[in-house]
Design a protein around this ligand. Structure first.
Ligand code: ADP
Ligand code: MN
Ligand code: MN
Ligand code: MN
Length: 372
């Protein structure tokens, strides 16, 4: 009998161990953002259940193994900022989201949360809300789009968006598992849908206030990779995973401030769009690598080089939903961000542009800091 014996019911064996009493201890899985836009995590034992974030100890990891620090000064520190019920281990076990800090007391170059949080704090009274639409693509172990024929391509796009039925939708079981895992963890997942390209999906998180948006999206992404791992599926956040007549993947960013959400709000939405139009290039820099491959002016996108806006226009940079235009208040959608964004960069610079710059934070410098 060996582990690879296909006749062994591994899940049944594992279940015996998952039932074991933890003797009061809890497992905390620390999650952080690495140097290539992926989540990483490692677990540790805590002596008792966690009731507040300050009870969580700081920790560290080898940053030279994740592209986050040089080998000669490799310690990167993990500062807990939020925790969530762990849908895999359940019970009192938790997922811990942590910011990365360097040995010299500066934020790690991929820690964009710190800068964004200053803006949200300064603009607390604006009560800015975000809703992110995370699109992503599934690949199999052989790096083929999941479920696509071994030779050639599936039929052209058309039947797949919100598709129902065999041949029109792939991996629904996995998507369903992720949805449940998010709800268990307390993620404000707003919905899911199959996308235009077969084996491309979307989930929405929001509305979330300020810094909570980035936190929640990162945990939702962690859960996605983690659930997909169990199904042997790889998640790609690349904005144009396949060349040709296949849709790219974005992370549409829906935005509103307190003033936009009440009657008369349209004026504030228009003001915000006017401000955004003047900083198109600064925003695009933070809206994801390879986004120029996606923002072509085709496949429901606007051109990467020019700014546009319109009611119900899915070919514009910014779309005002028809229902918002009708009622005269609500929110707007920034359609430019790519699927591979760091949500702290995107929500941070939107807050900076819409609510105003502050002295001790500059989101545009974050881009240079990361590439330095
Ligand atoms: P689309 O029609 O572009 O596909 P979705 O339904 O996928 O839109 O996503 C809309 C997102 O907008 C959701 O995440 C939702 O939570 C968010 N949203 C709704 N109202 C607001 C608001 N007032 N401010 C910010 N985000 C909002
Ligand atoms: Mn959507
Ligand atoms: Mn979509
Ligand atoms: Mn959208």
């Amino acid at each position: 009998m060996s582990y690879n014996d296909p006749t062994i019911e591994k899940t049944a064996i594992l279940a015996k161990y998952l039932d074991l009493d933890q003797r009061g201890a809890v497992i905390a899985e620390y999650v952080w953002i690495d140097g290539s836009g992926n989540a990483r995590s490692k677990g540790r034992t805590l002596s008792k259940p966690v009731t507040s974030v300050d009870e969580l100890p700081e920790w560290n990891f080898d940053g030279s193994s994740t592209g986050q620090a040089p080998g000669h000064d490799s310690d990167v520190y993990l500062k807990p900022v939020a925790f969530y019920p762990d849908p895999f281990r359940r019970g009192d076990n938790v997922l811990v989201l942590a910011e990365c800090w360097n040995n010299d007391g500066t934020p790690n170059k991929f820690n964009h949360r710190h800068e964004a949080a200053k803006l949200f704090e300064a603009h607390r009274s604006s009560e800015i809300w975000f809703g992110l639409e995370q699109e992503y693509t599934l690949f199999d172990a052989a790096d083929k789009v999941y479920g696509w024929p071994t030779n050639g391509f599936p039929a052209p796009q058309g039947p797949y968006y919100c598709g129902v039925g065999a041949g029109k939708v792939y991996a629904r079981d996995m998507i369903e598992a992720h949805y449940r895992a998010c709800l268990y963890a307390g993620i404000k997942i707003a919905g899911i849908n199959a996308e235009v390209m077969p084996s491309q999906w979307e989930f929405q998180v929001g509305p979330c206030t300020g810094i909570e948006m980035g936190d929640q999206l990162w945990i939702a992404r962690y859960l996605l990779s983690r659930v997909a791992e169990e199904f042997g599926v790889k998640i790609s956040l690349h904005p144009k995973p396949l060349a040709g007549d296949w849709n790219g993947a974005g992370c549409h960013t829906n935005v509103s401030t307190k003033e936009m959400r009440v009657p008369g709000g349209m004026k504030h939405i228009e003001d915000a769009i006017e401000k955004l139009s003047k900083r198109h290039i600064e925003h695009i820099k933070l809206y994801g690598a390879d986004n120029d491959m996606r923002l072509t002016g085709r496949h429901e996108t606007a051109s990467v080089t020019s700014f546009s806006s319109g009611v119900a226009n899915r070919g514009a940079s910014i779309r005002i939903p028809r229902s918002v235009a009708k009622e005269g208040y609500g929110y707007f959608e920034d359609r430019r961000p790519a699927s591979n964004i760091d949500p702290y960069l995107v929500t941070g610079i939107i807050s900076e542009t819409v609510c105003g710059a502050i002295d001790n934070a500059d989101m545009t410098k974050e881009y240079e800091r990361e590439s330095s």
